[in-house]
Design a protein around this ligand. Structure first.
Ligand code: AMP
Length: 245
C-alpha cells in the first residue's frame, strides 16, 4: 500500500473504487473496503477529518484518530493507495467554492449541524475529482449523507457509481461508529436505547437521552432516523422502514 499525502502523489490508473473516511477504522469501514476490493482493480481509501463538515461549536480536534492503526488495517484490507491529505491540501488559501444540496442538506442532521452537508458534499466532489473513481462506497449508517451525495452526483452529472453497504453493528445492536470510542461504559449502555427505539419505532425508549430528532425520511430507501446525545457524544442511527436494516 502507498500513502499519498498530496493530490500530486495520487498518480492513479485503472478502474478505481474509492472509500472516503474520517479514519479511526472499525468493521463498518472494513466492510466498505472489502466491497471496494472485490469490485475494482484499484482501491483508494481517503482518511481526512474534514474540518468543513464540523458545525460551529463542534471540535474536529476531539474526533478520534489513530493513523498508525488505520494504515495497518487499510493495508490488511487490500487498499492500494491511502490518501491522507492535510486540511491545506484540500482547502488551500483562497478556497471559496462550495456545494450546497439545498433541501436534503437542510433537514434532520442538516438542521442540527448547520453547514455539515455543505462540507460533506464539497469534500466528496473534490475527492471524486481528484481520484476519479468508477465507484464510491458509503455506509447506510449515514443514510442522509448517502442521499445528499447521490443527489449531488445526479444534479452535477458526476461520473461515479454510488455503492451503499448495510450498517454494521455490535452484537448488542449498537451501530459501529468511530465516536463510540468516546463513550464511557455507562454511556455505551445507555446508547443501546438508540437502536432499540428505532427498532421498536418508539421514541419513549429514548427518555433520559437528549434527542435531536426521531423521524422518518425518504432517503431512497425510506428510513426511520434518529440522533441523540449521550454525555458529550452525539450518535446517529437509522433503520429501513421496510425490509432489512
Ligand atoms: P466515517 O469515517 O465515520 O466518516 O465513515 C466513513 C464511511 O463509513 C461512511 O460512508 C460511513 O457511512 C461508513 N460507516 C460508518 N459507520 C458504519 C457502520 N457502522 N456500518 C457501515 N458503514 C459505516
Amino acid at each position: 500500500m502507498r500513502v499519498a499525502r498530496t493530490a500530486a502523489e495520487l498518480d492513479l490508473v485503472g478502474e478505481i473504487g474509492l472509500v472516503p473516511t474520517m479514519g479511526a477504522f472499525h468493521e463498518g469501514h472494513l466492510s466498505l473496503l472489502a466491497a471496494a476490493r472485490a469490485e475494482n482493480d484499484v482501491v483508494v481509501a481517503s482518511l481526512f477529518v474534514n474540518p468543513a463538515q464540523f458545525a460551529e461549536g463542534e471540535d474536529p480536534a476531539s474526533y478520534p484518530r489513530d493513523e498508525e492503526r488505520d494504515l495497518q488495517l487499510a493495508d490488511e484490507a487490500g487498499v492500494d493507495v491511502l490518501f491522507v491529505p492535510s486540511a491545506e491540501e484540500i482547502y488551500p488559501p483562497g478556497f471559496q467554492t462550495w456545494v450546497e444540496v439545498e433541501q436534503l442538506g437542510a433537514i434532520l442532521e442538516g438542521e442540527h449541524r448547520p453547514g455539515h452537508f455543505r462540507g460533506v458534499a464539497t469534500v466528496c466532489l473534490k475527492l471524486f475529482n481528484l481520484v476519479r473513481p468508477r465507484r464510491a462506497y458509503f455506509g447506510q449508517k449515514d443514510a442522509q449523507q448517502v442521499a445528499v451525495v447521490r443527489r449531488m452526483v445526479r444534479d452535477l452529472d458526476v461520473p461515479v457509481e454510488i455503492r451503499v453497504l448495510p450498517t454494521v453493528r455490535d452484537a448488542d445492536g449498537l451501530a459501529l461508529s468511530s465516536r463510540n470510542a468516546l463513550l464511557s461504559r455507562d454511556e455505551r449502555e445507555r446508547a443501546l436505547a438508540l437502536h432499540r427505539a428505532l427498532e421498536a419505532r418508539d421514541p419513549s425508549l429514548l427518555d433520559g437521552l437528549e434527542v435531536d430528532y426521531f423521524a422518518e425520511a425518504d432517503f431512497e430507501p425510506r428510513v426511520l432516523a434518529a440522533a441523540v446525545r449521550v454525555g458529550g457524544t452525539r450518535l446517529i442511527d437509522n433503520v429501513l422502514v421496510e425490509g432489512e436494516t
